[in-house]
Design a protein around this ligand. Structure first.
Ligand code: TXA
Ligand code: MG
Length: 322
């Protein structure tokens, strides 16, 4: 039976450490989304992550570390750019993809020659990493292809009894997954946008990261369809909003930047924040609420195309059905 422990408190974290040490799985909060953690040095424990998530084995998993001193344990080369980004943004919502160290297992890398590393910025995650001492392999704690969890309750709804322990650290502050930068090639590549934008990376590296290309490793966060609700989701350009709504039936669930019009009924109407960071923080929770509203279809108003909306746009483009 899965237990949810209210963290922080030294007892739940000690218990979580012993679960990890005996090869079990612990869901834990980070500042981005909840992770499904296993001892990164234990291939059998990592294999359980794939099984529970229903995730194809070719997809690599991020190893979470508690201090930059552990970089060399997992990466055989730590280029200058990686040191700069880690110094500037860790602990924080940034994952670095580096060439893997000898002995780093295929189960973590999906057979690629690289490893994804991140030091999360959450008191519970950092204390767990400190007490555990090693790396914790953790994808988002949701079933493969579904919406990432931003509360302990989301994790329990998705994974229930399949996890040994869920540490409850409250709702995640950032709400969307970390920015991923690949530094294993000649030039930095932005594999996944997040709170830390391409501009922040460029300012630290003195080089603009390239957009992801087709030779990038297969990664679920980079598949066209991901973060999907169960009901079809349509992304509507602002200019087509009124017209689309006029044609809408009673069973639409709506997420948009406008007030609910009087006189018409919807399964649910959620007014999104016009602040991109607040909108991101609430995005997955809102998508779950829309999905559970009893609607036939979810209508979402497209966010602006400016750079501060890049991460939210990226997630919505992948969440839509067509
Ligand atoms: O914010 C986050 O990054 C959260 C929290 C729990 O840390 N984790 C997360 O993990 O989003 P996951 O597995 O749901 O997404 C990680 C993404 C995947 O698209 C994965 O393929 C990619 O990172 N990734 C991991 N290691 C990689 C590598 N060596 N090369 C390329 N992509 C990698
Ligand atoms: Mg994920």
């Amino acid at each position: 039976m899965t237990r949810i422990s209210n963290a922080p408190g030294s007892v739940p974290i000690r218990e979580a450490v012993s679960v990890l040490k005996r090869g079990g799985l612990v869901a834990f909060p980070t500042e981005t989304v909840y992770g499904l953690g296993a001892d990164a040095s234990n291939p059998a424990a990592v294999a359980r992550i794939y099984k529970i998530k229903g995730r194809p084995e070719s997809h690599p998993i991020i190893v979470h570390i508690g201090d930059t001193g552990q970089l060399a344990r997992w990466a055989r080369e730590v280029p200058e750019g990686a040191r700069k980004l880690a110094a500037r943004f860790w602990p924080g919502p940034l994952t670095l993809v580096l060439k893997r160290a000898p002995g780093v297992g295929d189960e973590l890398t999906g057979g690629e020659d690289t490893i994804g590393l991140r030091m999360p910025n959450h008191p519970v995650a950092l204390e767990l990493l400190r007490q555990f001492g090693g790396g914790i392999a953790a994808p988002s704690a949701n079933k493969f292809g579904r919406i990432s969890p931003t509360t302990a309750e989301h994790v329990r709804n998705d994974l229930g009894d399949e996890v040994d322990l869920i540490l409850d650290g409250g709702p995640c502050e950032i709400g969307i997954e970390s920015t991923i930068v690949d530094l294993s090639r000649d030039r930095p590549v932005l594999l996944r946008p997040g709170r830390i934008g391409a501009g922040d990376i460029a300012a630290t590296l003195d080089a603009t990261p390239e957009p992801r290309d087709r030779s990038a490793p297969r990664a679920p966060g980079t598949l066209e369809s991901h973060y999907a609700p169960r009901h079809p989701l349509r992304l509507i350009p602002s200019g087509e909003w009124d017209e689309t709504l006029r044609a809408a039936s009673l069973s639409r669930a709506v997420l948009c930047f406008r007030a609910r019009p009087v006189g018409k009924r919807y399964a649910i109407w959620i007014r999104a924040s016009t602040d991109p960071q607040h909108c991101a923080r609430d995005l997955y929770s809102n998508l779950r609420t829309l999905d559970a509203s009893g609607c036939d279809e979810i209508l979402v108003e497209e966010p602006p195309t400016s750079t501060e909306w890049a991460a939210v746009r990226d997630r919505l483009l992948r969440a839509r059905s067509a």
